[in-house]
Write a protein that binds this ligand. Structure first.
Ligand code: GLP
Length: 248
């Protein structure tokens, strides 16, 4: 894991947006895996600015999102699809045909998950996967527990995770769906390159465990230690518990 610590979230997001924009210039038909949440918002905003200033053209990029709430229509303002339309797809001008998304209203979860895995494979796999991390070390909706699922699946959300997502549901955790479709840890580790971003002291414990702890299903992000190309992009708050020798 390569740790990159910036003074603040703004600098970290700007640098990551520039790196991504350059990667898209080099590989215009790149396949991107993308997360939602508060963490990537400054990254998406900066990427949109760079696109609007014509630093790159995203019209040939294909995207796959990490997860989506189960039984929430895409038109619901709290859906991850609505979030992505607002912050990414419209502003980067990515055509609907190039957007891969889990359908929370699909008739059958298992079929939907299998189709998603197939679509990712057919696109040639994920070139770059951007990730956030939950305060309990979850990735996407791969929550801590006795076991983890390898492939895309229907996951149950922990109360802590529902509370963290309440911001997208009028601040009311009870309105956050209890289940979501989500890429599995094997799907995630199949990406050629991973960039995980975390900001703020509230993430520092999860980051410490992810980087310095054992690989354990109790902290799903620790599985990223098994991947050969992971950049961990942090601000000083998220990095505060890391031993000095490992940060920088
Ligand atoms: C959610 C999402 C994750 C995200 C995490 C952290 O549960 N499913 O993909 O990484 O929360 O969110 P935030 O960036 O808002 O802290």
């Amino acid at each position: 894991m390569k740790l990159i610590v910036y003074r603040n979230e703004r600098e970290a997001s700007a640098a990551t947006a520039e790196a991504l924009a350059s990667a898209i210039v080099r590989h215009p038909a790149m396949v991107l895996g993308l997360p939602t949440g508060r963490t990537p918002l400054p990254l998406y905003a900066r990427l949109a600015e760079l696109r609007e200033q014509r630093h790159f053209d995203a019209s040939r990029v294909t995207t796959f999102n990490l997860d989506e709430f189960w039984r929430l229509p895409a038109s619901h303002p709290g859906s991850y699809r609505a979030y992505m339309e607002r912050h990414v797809f419209s502003r980067l001008a990515i055509a609907a045909g190039q957007v891969g998304f889990l359908d929370g209203m699909a008739p059958d979860a298992e079929t939907e998950c299998l189709q998603y895995e197939r679509a990712i494979r057919a696109a040639g796999g994920l070139d770059v996967l951007i990730l956030g991390i939950g305060t309990n070390g979850h990735i996407g909706f791969n929550e801590p527990g006795a076991s983890l699922r390898a492939r895309t699946h229907l996951a149950a959300l922990k109360p802590q995770t529902r509370r963290a997502n309440a911001v997208f549901f009028e601040g009311d955790a009870s309105k956050v769906p209890g289940q979501a479709l989500c890429m599995g840890m094997g799907t995630i580790l199949g990406a050629r390159r991973i960039i995980l971003m975390a900001f703020g002291r509230g993430k520092s414990k999860a980051i410490q465990g992810m980087v310095q702890g054992p690989v354990t299903t109790r902290l799903p992000a620790s599985f990223l230690q098994l991947h050969a190309d992971v950049d961990v992009v942090l601000d000083e708050g998220a990095a505060e518990r890391l031993a000095a020798s490992q940060a920088g």
